[in-house]
Ligand binder design. Structure first.
Ligand SMILES: Cc1cc2nc3c(=O)[nH]c(=O)nc-3n(C[C@H](O)[C@H](O)[C@H](O)COP(=O)(O)OP(=O)(O)OC[C@H]3O[C@@H](n4cnc5c(N)ncnc54)[C@H](O)[C@@H]3O)c2cc1C
Length: 400
């Protein structure tokens, strides 16, 4: 691309080509905007070699959005549909069982390996007109000058754009450089993620077990293995990372129980320290936050990417038709539109954390066992709505 064309190419620059940055680039391109996507990594490893062994639970609303963005076809064969959800508390009677069919849905969503999702998004970005990808380049900083933000890049280049979107993940240097305050909390916990084989087929059921040490989950995959999630105190998690495969499977089995028969043959493990980071504002002059840069939540409710995807779709909706995408009124309107979803999802995540044995009391639900919640249709409806991620519906772009 010639220097002249590249300097005039896009009015919107996205810093960070992770899950949310790529989603935003696609949503903007679909609405006819030209964007420049700057990603520090120089190219994704093949998904099978990635150090990231997470399985992400996607709400059905997010699956619908990925379909509209032309990404889902590449993932379909590797996605494990979630038809039922079972939540239990270790040491307490009963469990909460939700069946998508009973709520009029085919499924609540689907489970996909995180690196495959990233790869599918990046491949669609590469196919799409209107997106310039600068891979292997870091955004070093930016300053607002008049009607523009001047962005300096690690290759010595400079871009002048009407709006910079910070999609650089939890640490977000742009958020810090621009003095956007955050609420922070270190959970003192880490999450181990891998796959494992179960003796009994899960048949589309996702299991979440609330343990006093932290939540455990087994997520359905289409190949008979399960996506394993295990949250516990960071020092205990580090010890489990050092276990042999057999010892690891046995320790997990001791906490999870035999609901799915014998668990064995764990795959490669990865470790994720957990923190809450919640930006108090979503914008500064000609700068806006999306995804983990805006909020990094505890993964207990599997909401992080689902929420970041809604950030991306909402931002695309707000800026695509705007005469000046970086105008303060436009960014303020995006912030207002996102407030209820962000705060609501944070509150929901905290509620789930409080339900674990030894968590803070949950009002009338404390101490009465999860079985009782079967009787509370309003609570069930709330859980179903969050699992489905239906807040995405008004934000969906037209089909690709
Ligand atoms: C263990 C775990 C389990 C999870 N499970 C779920 C789940 O089941 N469901 C769900 O919805 N969510 C889940 N999440 C949350 C989800 O993974 C995140 O919300 C999502 O990855 C955020 O994407 P992002 O693009 O905002 O940030 P990131 O994925 O962190 O991407 C940021 C990108 O920016 C790049 N970057 C950083 N700095 C710069 C720079 N200066 N210049 C250029 N590029 C830069 C990085 O290289 C990276 O590619 C989970 C999270 C964890 C930790």
């Amino acid at each position: 691309m010639s220097e002249e064309r590249s300097s005039n190419y896009a009015r919107i620059l996205i810093a960070g080509g992770g899950l949310v940055g790529n989603t935003l680039a696609l949503a903007l391109a679909q609405r006819g905007c030209r964007v420049c996507l700057v990603e520090a990594r120089s190219g994704a490893l093949p998904a099978a070699e990635s150090a990231d062994t997470r399985h992400l639970a996607l709400a059905e609303g997010s699956v619908m959005a990925l379909q509209r963005l032309g990404v889902w076809n590449a993932l379909r064969s590797e996605a494990g549909p979630i038809r039922r959800v079972e939540i239990s508390r270790r040491g307490a009677p009963g469990q909460l069982r939700l069946d998508a069919a009973e709520h009029g849905f085919e499924r609540f969503g689907a489970v996909v390996p995180a690196p495959r999702l990233l790869q599918a998004l990046a491949e669609q970005v590469a196919r799409r007109d209107g997106i310039e990808v600068c891979a292997g380049i870091e955004v070093k900083g930016s300053v607002a000058v008049g009607e523009e933000r001047v962005v300096s890049l690690s290759d010595g280049g400079e871009r002048r754009v009407a709006l910079v979107v910070a999609a650089e993940g939890s640490e977000s240097p742009l958020r810090t450089q621009n003095g956007i305050p955050v609420r922070q909390h270190d959970y003192g916990q880490s999450l181990i993620s891998c796959s494992i084989r179960a003796g009994v087929a899960a048949q589309g059921c996702a299991f979440e077990r609330l343990d006093s040490d932290g939540p455990l989950a087994l997520l359905p995959r289409p190949d008979g293995r399960m996506g394993l999630v295990w949250t516990q105190a960071s020092d205990a998690a580090a010890a489990r990372m050092a276990d042999s495969d057999d010892a690891f499977a046995q320790h997990y089995q001791d906490r999870f129980g035999y609901r799915l028969g014998r668990l064995h043959g764990p795959g490669r493990r990865s470790l994720w320290p957990l923190r809450l980071i919640f930006a108090e504002r979503l914008h500064a002059e000609r700068l806006v936050l999306v995804g983990n840069a805006a909020q990094t939540l505890h993964p207990i409710g599997a909401q992080g990417f689902n929420l970041g995807l809604r950030d991306a779709l909402a931002l695309a909706l707000h800026i695509a038709g705007a005469a000046d995408p970086g105008a303060e009124a436009v960014l303020q309107s995006y912030q207002s539109a996102r407030q209820a979803d962000r705060e609501g999802t944070l509150a929901w995540t905290s509620q789930l954390l409080a339900m674990r044995p030894g968590g803070s009391p949950l009002g009338p639900l404390a101490g009465i066992g999860l079985g009782v919640t079967d009787l509370l249709p309003a609570l069930q409806r709330g859980i179903v709505q969050r699992a489905m991620g239906l807040a995405v519906l008004p934000l969906l772009p037209e089909a690709a």
